[in-house]
Design a protein around this ligand. Structure first.
Ligand code: F0G
Length: 460
């Protein structure tokens, strides 16, 4: 059993949290239409809904916030960010965006047409939503091991290169405006992609003249997992590994709310001057001028510093060991999860934990609602609420292979006792699993329904 890692920081500011009563939780969840996104955060005790924008900033980041330059154009903060960007990612051009999906929106607006296909190992929800919103069709081509929760393949985020070739030949490279890879693979258990696989995917995209963009939110965690698991990288720094990763791509976008350790921010980067010009025009129209892109100067300064802190080896060793600790606690309690531990989260296999609830009654939703009722813990469903959609040709509902509940760990926020509490709460739920009921959707929008759908429990 892996011991809890000693945090490479001490705590200087605290935010109180409290556990409301079971009756209050029942009432809060009912008022929220059983959608955990609709809860008031103050009614949550341990919030593992997301690791996005929920981390703690360092004293260096907070002091940079004070010296942020709020000039509309050419701010010092922008140039500091540009320096970090150049040193880590090495793309010729980039624009700041207010978060990852703003970058996705710009990229999809410019490149995706109705009927376009966009392959990836697995797209996350906002990427999928942005592709679909432009009439495009997202395609997930991850290796089969990703769908076997108990497979301990070290790089379950890898793309299946044979599937990619077959896919390109089937739909035609002219119908693929860009190809992607998500590192780490958030929709599939926070699993990393190996450098060998990134190189192989890059070669295939290049062979067919398809621009290759990396969805880079958790690139530092991915780089550290390469260091730990991929032969030949043990003596390389996360920075060196990151540089090698991005040297293989034509561009990238990032939600800086993850591995850049900020509460808001992102970027879109490319090597293509003509595309950069079109990106700039779109950015100015929707986000802001090219030297701030929807961020304040202080946000860019915090991001310029956070990018480096996110690559620090002491931090990454702690970060990944913390996730593994929670994973080990759950295993000791017999809770089925995706194996091995992911980078930023542990994914409970609700499909296996609640086998009596079919896809159409949302086992992940049932488990996450129960987790909140049991202990005030908020997680997110990554299953049929998030990813089921009607087949564009037959109209028949297509369900994802896995029904997951993600326990995402905010960066530098929770302690060992918090994670022990989460594991103990899940262990209690395991004993009542057979009694948990499914849910039906009572209202939902057409795209990205998990954020705002309303539910009702199916009693009995
Ligand atoms: N790509 C991936 C792989 C993500 O995980 C996210 C966000 C985005 C893109 C979009 O970035 O939120 O800054 O607009 N994921 C969060 C999550 C929301 O909870 O996993 P954003």
């Amino acid at each position: 059993m892996c011991a809890y890692p000693v945090e490479p920081f001490r705590i200087k500011t605290v935010e109180p949290i409290r556990l409301i009563t079971p009756e209050e939780r029942q009432e809060a969840l009912r008022r929220a239409g059983y959608n955990l996104f609709a809860l008031r955060a103050e009614d949550v005790f341990i919030d593992l809904l997301t690791d996005s924008g929920t981390g703690s900033m360092s004293q260096e980041q907070w002091s940079r916030m004070m010296s942020g330059d709020e000039s509309y154009a050419g701010a010092r903060s922008y140039y500091r960010l540009a320096e970090s960007m150049q040193a880590i990612f090495g793309f010729e051009f980039f624009v700041p965006t207010h978060q990852g999906r703003a970058a996705e929106n710009i990229l999809c607006t410019l490149l995706v047409k109705p009927g376009s296909h966009v392959p990836s190992n697995m797209h996350f929800d906002t990427t999928e939503g942005n592709i679909r919103a432009r009439g495009g069709i997202p395609e997930n081509l991850v290796i089969d091991e990703a769908y076997h929760p108990t497979s301990r393949h070290p790089f379950k985020g890898n793309m299946d290169v044979d599937k990619l070739r077959a896919f390109i030949r089937r739909v035609g490279p002219e119908n693929i405006p860009f190809g992607s890879l998500t590192i780490t693979n958030n929709a599939g258990g926070g699993q990393p992609v190996s450098l060998a696989n990134i190189r192989a995917v890059s070669e295939v995209y290049r062979e067919y003249g398809i621009p290759f963009f990396i969805d880079a939110c958790r690139y530092a965690e991915n780089a550290y997992l390469i260091k730990l698991r991929e032969p030949g990288y043990a003596n390389r720094t996360p920075l060196e590994i990151a540089r090698e990763i991005f040297s293989l791509a034509d561009g990238a976008w990032m939600s800086a709310k993850k591995d850049a350790l900020v509460n808001i921010g992102g970027f879109l980067a490319t090597r293509d001057a003509a595309l950069y010009e079109r990106i700039s025009n779109e950015l100015i129209l929707r986000e802001g001028f090219v030297t701030y892109g929807g961020l304040s100067g202080r946000d860019m300064d915090a991001m310029a510093t956070g990018l480096w802190e996110g690559l620090d080896e002491n931090y990454l060793a702690y970060r990944l060991a913390q996730t593994e600790y929670l994973y080990n606690q759950l295993h000791a309690a017999g809770i089925p999860t995706i194996e091995p531990a992911g980078g930023h989260a542990v994914y409970v296999d609700a499909g296996r934990m609640l086998p009596h609830i079919p896809h159409a009654e949302f086992p992940g939703q049932a488990l996450s609602a129960a987790l909140y009722l049991e202990g005030g813990v908020r997680a997110v469903e990554i299953g049929s609420v998030m990813f089921a959609h009607p087949d564009p040709e037959t109209g028949e509902m297509r369900y994802p292979e896995l029904e997951l509940v993600r326990l995402a760990i905010p960066r530098r926020v929770y302690t060992q006792a918090h994670l022990d509490y989460v594991a103990a709460t899940l262990a209690q739920l395991k004993d009542q699993a057979g009694k948990l009921c499914g849910y039906k959707i009572t209202s939902a929008p057409a795209l990205m329904r998990h954020f705002t759908a309303q539910f009702a429990p199916l009693e009995g």
